[in-house]
Design a protein around this ligand. Sequence first.
Ligand code: 2AL
Length: 244
Amino acid sequence: MRIKVINPNTTAAMTDAIAAAARAVAAPATEIVAATSASGPASIEGHYDEAVAVIGLLEQVRAGEAEGCDAYVIACFGDPGLLAARELAAGPVIGIAEAAMRAASFVATGFSVVTTLARTRVIAEHLVVAYGMERACRRVRAIDVAVLALDDPSSNARARVFEECRRALAEDASGAIVLGCAGMAELAASLTRELQVPVIDGVAAAVKIAEALVGLGLKTSKHGDLASPLRKRYVGGLAHLAPE
Ligand code: 2AL
């Protein structure tokens, strides 16, 4: 099967790390097609970034339908454009935040999210409500490091994530940690070993959930609100996105 993993920000180096995390867990017969948005913000860490990034994401989903993709992963923790992408796609579309939270709920009764900038906490908190995870998500925490600074050694990001996870386990009555950014994917395995609790990267979780759904023969329902967008004229710079 072919799973298209879309980084909806425009930083190709981050896509490479996301692709590596996806391929590390994908089944041998799964082809991971990694894509970077062609236009939009270099990183997504606010409501405005998200709104603008959705256009580049939807362009990648439209292209993916022509490329014969069986499923999609939206590799940004705000799950930007998730329901719009589901309208476009025949197969399943999985957001990494939803995937990580649902995976966490299978292995713990409560989890904490550890994300990047403090201002993005509200985005994650809105998703917790949207996904009905209010009881399981005990707290959304932030390390206050920007997305593109995560792999800059001077940001000390790994140590800050580790310390925030430790505080979460001590204070939140959580049994698992959800990493709140696609750029944290490579930390999950070593943090799981060191903290001795499940530390969940949404990229890996989303790939395995996408594989499972495709394996079950499940596609996105086209009955009701996730039906293909209604054909109509779009004008101006977005005319190319008019539903066909
Ligand atoms: C993210 C993410 O996963 N990618 C990105 O650009 N921003 N998440 C976040 N919490 O900042």
